[in-house]
Design a protein around this ligand. Sequence first.
Ligand code: FPP
Length: 267
Amino acid sequence: MSLGKIIDKANNDLFKRIDKQKVPEHVAIIMDGNGRWATKKGLPRSFGHNKGVSVLKEIIRASNKLGCKILTVYAFSTENWTRPTKEVDFLINLFTEVLKNEIKEIHQESIKIKFIGDLTPLPETLKKTIYSSESLTKNNNAFLLNVCVNYGGRQEIVKVAKELALKSSSGEINPSEVNEELFNSTLLTQGINDPELLIRTSGEKRISNFLLWQLAYSEIYISDVLWPDFNELEFLKAIIDYQSRNRRFGGIESLPNGSYEDSQCTS
Ligand code: FPP
């Protein structure tokens, strides 16, 4: 059997093990390890980022096929500006080129693309490409791809706090009206449910300022695989692991009929 056929069979076997009724609607991904992948192979870090793009395409396809509805990926954090100028320029150029080359196919697949973050400091060419891609795909409804660029979770929370403080001081809202619901509807991710699952590759066990508010109750799956080596098989493993979790949201496990037993209370 060829390597391709073995991989297809492994993917199909895992695919069959997935409970299609319990597929997460929204998956968030910290795509980490591009630089290490390249360095290990004696290549410039840019090779890792290039390979990372093809992995992202594979994961968009896999999650769409599985029935996920939203994928939110961390492409460039507010902290990534501290990288050497050459790497920052490479990444900015990569985003522009990938978007220009892929937008036709993204649109054909009825994928809506949105960019999340403070886009103000990005170069005009990238901003133009972002705005035209968002506008072209705004009515698509098969799948939502959120790309976080110049994004920081703390910065997002401060932005919401400022907006609500301004509305309070101008009398548009009463401070007593500030609650989780209003906060949620002022976030950059307004209108979509929080991710049920966060995947981080490369073995790092940190959230790194990603979706701090939205990940409050997400299940976290850490994969030791570096992002350029991540693939559909690894993604399916993450989904199977997620399906084995018992999500309690701070409560306790209920009995199969949905009730609770007094004996479950130990003190
Ligand atoms: C983290 O690896 C990866 C990034 C900072 C960039 C991720 C970007 C892509 C995969 C391209 C996506 C493209 C589009 C258009 C959305 P790292 O460089 O931090 O790796 P390291 O931890 O090994 O140094």
